[in-house]
Design a protein around this ligand. Structure first.
Ligand SMILES: *[C@@H]1O[C@H](CO)[C@@H](O)[C@H](O)[C@H]1NC(C)=O
Length: 418
């Protein structure tokens, strides 16, 4: 399959919390290596051969310590570089009109030095052209618009309402006139138009968003926003999928994969490995998913903090069970194996069904993963008190949850991905 021309890509960001630990059945329990040195080069070449294209990588920033570990892990495990912060607005343009691509190009030169390509993080309209031209054509994916839809959206909202719901930016001007700052979507259209004009012919242009897996209203916002962008800019939808009717024809990418655990215990790390493997398989077995990016390469560099143990490698840079399970899933896929489902172990099977809907559970946008399970008892409902508040961004519900069910004042609780 060809790498495609500029096209729109819907990005699904998955950040999950590993909660209680049901028994899991990992491939590393069945003959796949669970110790020793990991080298994915051969298996990733085999996966790429099967899928046409496939990028498996992680984020990189130029100020990382321990460069030799980075050289090693990006030569043997993560084989695609994502500029974590170096290409975001404040690095390339620290004040208006002042261009400084040093950090952005640092990530690129690291990738080039290893002989591969780079994905760029957030870009905002006014400096799109300078950054794109400064980096050249080797960028495979460009996150043109990053996290612009609010978490409090509801069904039926217009694209503008979805964007205005994003409360990270002020909704009214600071002069007190009460005029909403975001009155139309022109800044998004401008970013895409400029990116399309100047990006390399192989660069995918992306709308990046998180929580699109469990929140249907938010997923609908993204779909509608992509339609609006396409209508305004006439950028072609991705034609990656040949025989399947994926709505819009956009491809999917998993862009910011990390899984937080509440304690660094063996059952938690095994459950983390199970979820990681099952997510990776969603992308591997889906015909429109070609990129799986892990957010931060090791636990001590994770934006979630070391204690969250949210990455594939521990604070010493040693592979965790999830790293071995990821290697095993890649090998199993390359071998033509059926899709395993570690998180439904003992109770059923997983199958991938491309239904053409954009309804997503824990799946890549554009695909639906159907999990068939037979359970012997009903899932345990949350039992915690409703009159106490969970931490902001903390867990506030879900199967078996015995902690607080209330949310801190000024926030809204959402239960995702039981
Ligand atoms: C695209 O959006 C801009 C800004 O909202 C608007 O001025 C322009 O007319 C739109 N173009 C098309 C083709 O819809």
């Amino acid at each position: 399959m060809n790498e495609i021309f500029p096209s729109l890509v819907a990005l699904a960001t998955f950040v999950s919390v590993a909660r209680a630990q049901p028994a899991v059945d990992l491939l590393i329990d069945h003959g796949f290596p669970s110790t020793g040195t990991l080298n994915l080069n051969t298996v990733l070449a085999a996966v790429t051969a099967k899928k046409g294209t496939f990028h498996f990588g992680s984020t990189y920033d130029t100020f990382n310590a321990d460069q030799s570990w980075f050289d090693s892990v990006f030569s043997t495990f993560y084989r695609h570089v994502v500029a974590e912060n170096g290409c975001k607005w404040d690095a390339p343009e620290p004040s208006q009109g002042v261009k400084s691509l040093t950090e952005c190009l640092g990530a690129q030169s690291f990738a080039t030095h290893l002989g591969f390509r780079v994905v760029v993080g957030t870009i905002i309209p006014q400096h799109v052209q300078a950054e794109i031209q400064g980096m050249g054509a080797s960028v495979t994916s460009r996150d043109v618009v990053n996290e612009v839809v609010g978490d409090g959206v509801s069904a039926g909202m217009t694209s503008l309402q979805c964007v205005q719901n994003k409360c990270d930016w002020p909704l009214v001007t600071s002069d007190g006139s009460g005029v909403p700052l975001v009155t139309d979507l022109s800044f998004i259209f401008a970013a895409f138009k400029t990116a399309f004009q100047f990006a390399g012919a192989n660069t995918r242009l992306a709308v990046n968003e998180y929580n699109t897996g469990g929140a249907e209203a938010k997923t609908a916002c993204i779909i509608n926003l992509i339609k609006r962008i396409q209508a305004n800019t006439t950028i072609p939808f991705n034609r990656l999928v040949s025989s399947l009717a994926i709505p819009l024809g956009v491809s999917a990418m998993i862009t910011e994969m990390d899984i937080e655990v509440n304690a660094d215990t063996t059952p938690n790390l095994r459950y983390q490995a199970a979820i990681w493997g099952d997510y990776l398989d969603v992308c591997l077995y889906a015909s429109n998913c070609f990129e799986f990016i892990n957010w931060d390469p090791r636990d001590d560099l994770s934006w979630r903090g070391s204690a969250a143990a949210a990455t594939l490698f521990d604070t010493n840079g040693n592979p965790k069970p999830a790293a071995y399970e990821v290697a095993a899933r890649l090998q199993n896929f390359a071998n033509g194996g059926a899709e395993p489902c570690a998180t439904a172990t003992g109770t059923g099977v997983c199958t991938i069904t491309i239904t053409g809907t954009m309804t997503v559970g824990r799946t890549a946008v554009g695909t639906t993963k159907t999990t068939t399970t037979t359970t012997s008892s009903a899932p345990t409902q949350p039992t915690g008190p409703t009159n106490c508040a969970s931490a902001e961004w903390g867990q506030c519900g879900g199967i078996g949850w015995a902690g607080c069910l209330g949310c801190p004042s000024g926030t809204t609780c959402q239960v995702l991905n039981d």
